[in-house]
Design a binder for this molecule. Structure first.
Ligand SMILES: Cc1cc2nc3c(=O)[nH]c(=O)nc-3n(C[C@H](O)[C@H](O)[C@H](O)COP(=O)(O)OP(=O)(O)OC[C@H]3O[C@@H](n4cnc5c(N)ncnc54)[C@H](O)[C@@H]3O)c2cc1C
Length: 578
């Protein structure tokens, strides 16, 4: 059953009309009624006056429509006969006011426009890249992976490339080992130690004739035709402005495009703050920090300006904000005190958090972190940022905080790309998936990592945006698709009759965070209430280091990390501004 796209029409602002495209290509329109299903004309009516908070099913629907599930919070309606079911996503529908005859006319005209204008953001002449058209019978099935983060890379690592060709599309050609990214900002580790080239993770990308890595961004997905629309990445600094657009056909599509930093719409964050998510962010932070140190060392600079330049403000007291503050304070206490002795008393770190720092850890670990950070010179401020300007931030209580470096780390939310897709969403707005990580309304589409969340209909909670979730989802999905491929279901539409097997189950392995000066927090319990190891201090720090050293993906990078740590221990951090 294919019931997309849907067009919603408002009728005298009291009820909604839906135009549903049925599998035979015809459109069917709802009548003005407050009932949910009108069996006589086989369509759906959504009436906003009805307060429907949970999923309901209606079995007495008209021919072809066996059940109806409505969910107000995710704004979606699902028709459910037997799984896989079709879904109408109300976030992509439009509303028009008017008299009954105007509505009827507009509905009919615009329903056609919706169909013709699908993917209208992309010029019609855009072609599939040669060799990346729909796969022919006898050829290997093609899996397209969007993203080279924890989820996409763990998926590609586990994929059996004897069964599938793999095409990876991402604006970066490496995976970032994010737990160690904060250490690169102050020179504890080199940037290359945390970047793993994707062709090392999946060698088929560079040595198999029909597998490719393409440095591009996916802009849209045509789930009906099993095609994605992409644009290559330009780089203004290198004078590469021109971007090509192209299509790639897929048999299976894996969306692993991650999330984006949350700014809560606070004015000035995008313009003035630096995020800490990519290697180029860490490079920017390091360059800014070293520049400010050198500028403040210039004789004659005013006291106020020197203080401002050397004030490092971190917004967000989650593990990333805390680890970065800890690294900064280490850098200040050891390296700045030794090598920038003129200005050593001016440099400070302030960590601003609206609630509790490290709220996912239990109280005793949190208290340990607060005590340790304070002792290391990090000022902890409870406050809500209201406005960000080029040299100062304003808090809700009217306090002005001048800064030279501002790092923003307040969590993540759905990216504009995943929000733009016409796929149902989970509570919280991520791409909605079922227990097997499928986007159920679109055949052969799966989503993993930070970009996805379980649909409300699965009654499962949204998993935290963590590398360990993303990595295990990637691994699970590779196993699932390898099995489906071996059973002959690799090509588009061929997996319908193959049993899906065990659903994905997540078991939390615990959390760790370093707070600087050879100290860390380790909580190996599955939840705050569960029994298990929970400790802080030097032994935890050794555990933190060993855990991350062993989880670095390649021996090459493991070697780099170990050598960088040893070099920093013996000679101090590298402070050259390259
Ligand atoms: C500094 C930092 C420290 C962290 N520390 C920890 C930790 O200690 N433990 C832990 O469990 N988690 C940690 N995390 C969280 C963890 O890194 C994320 O949960 C994880 O990266 C999610 O993986 P992902 O593959 O879903 O997304 P990402 O790793 O964000 O990867 C997304 C990929 O998709 C690409 N992409 C984006 N848009 C498109 C598009 N339109 N088309 C194609 N490709 C696209 C991106 O370029 C990127 O390659 C940390 C995160 C940060 C930033």
């Amino acid at each position: 059953m294919a019931w997309l796209p849907a067009v919603r029409r408002q009728w005298q602002s009291s009820a909604f009309r839906l135009a549903i495209k049925a599998a035979n290509g015809s459109y069917q329109f709802s009548s003005l009624s407050s009932s949910l299903v009108d069996p006589a004309i086989n369509n759906i009516i959504f009436n906003p006056q009805l307060s429907i908070s949970s999923w309901k099913s209606f079995n007495k629907a008209g021919p072809g429509l066996h059940g109806l599930l409505i969910n107000n919070s995710t704004r979606s309606i699902t028709t459910d006969s037997k799984r896989p079911f079709a879904q109408v996503d109300l976030s992509s529908v439009t509303t028009v006011n008017g008299t009954p005859s105007e509505i009827k006319e507009k509905t009919e005209t615009e329903s056609k426009t919706v169909e013709e204008g699908r993917n209208s953001g992309f010029p019609k002449e855009v072609q599939c890249l040669p060799g990346l058209e729909p796969t022919k019978s006898g050829a290997k099935a093609r899996i397209v992976v969007l993203g080279t983060g924890w989820a996409g890379c763990s998926f590609m690592k586990g994929l059996d490339t004897k069964i599938y060709d793999v095409v990876c599309i991402s604006p970066r050609n490496h995976m970032v080992f994010t737990p160690l990214l904060a250490s690169t900002c102050v020179g504890t580790l080199e940037f290359r130690s945390v970047a793993e080239p994707v062709s090392r993770i999946q060698p088929a990308l560079s040595n198999s004739p029909s597998s490719y890595f393409l440095l591009a961004e996916c802009k849209d997905i045509d789930t009906d035709n099993h095609e994605i629309y992409c644009e290559t990445v330009g780089e203004k600094a290198l004078g590469v402005h021109h971007k090509w657009q192209f299509k790639v056909a897929y048999d299976k599509l894996i969306i692993a495009s991650g999330a984006e930093a949350l700014t809560f719409g606070i004015h000035g964050v995008m313009e003035h703050a630096t995020f800490l998510r990519e290697v180029h962010h860490a490079q920017e932070i390091r360059r800014k920090l070293l520049l400010n140190l050198m500028l403040s060392d210039v004789p004659g600079i005013s006291e106020g300006e020197r203080k401002r330049l050397l004030h490092c403000v971190v917004v967000g007291g989650g593990p990333t904000g805390v680890e970065f503050s800890g690294e900064l304070s280490d850098f200040i206490m050891r390296d700045v005190h030794e090598r920038y002795s003129h200005v050593k008393d001016y440099i400070h770190v302030t960590l601003i958090e609206a609630n509790e720092i490290l709220s996912s850890f239990d109280v005793s670990l949190r208290q340990y972190a607060i005590k340790h950070l304070t002792k290391s010179g990090v000022r902890l401020v409870r406050g809500v940022v209201k406005d960000v300007q080029s040299q100062k931030i304003m808090l809700n209580d009217g306090t002005e905080v001048p800064y030279g470096l501002l790092v923003w780390s307040t969590g993540v939310g759905p990216s504009p790309f995943s929000r733009s897709l016409k796929l149902p969403t989970s509570p919280g707005g991520r791409i909605g998936v079922d227990e097997w990580l499928r986007a159920p309304s679109a055949e052969d589409v799966y989503a993993i990592g930070d970009c996805c969340g379980f649909l409300e209909s699965t009654s499962r909670p949204t998993l935290p945006a963590l590398a360990q979730v993303a990595e295990r989802q990637g691994k699970y999905l590779a196993g699932l698709l390898n099995r489906i491929g071996r059973a002959g279901g690799g090509r588009s539409g061929d997996a319908k009759d193959i049993p899906m097997g065990n659903p994905f189950v997540y078991r939390h392995m615990g959390s760790m965070a370093t707070v600087g000066r050879y100290k860390a927090l380790v909580d190996l319990r599955q939840s705050k209430e569960a029994k298990g190891i929970s400790m802080a201090g030097f032994v935890s720090w050794l555990m933190w280091r060993s855990a991350y050293l062993t989880s670095v993906l390649s021996w090459r990078n493991r070697f780099y990390v170990a050598v960088n740590w040893a070099t920093t221990f013996v000679f101090g951090r590298d402070i050259s501004r390259i």
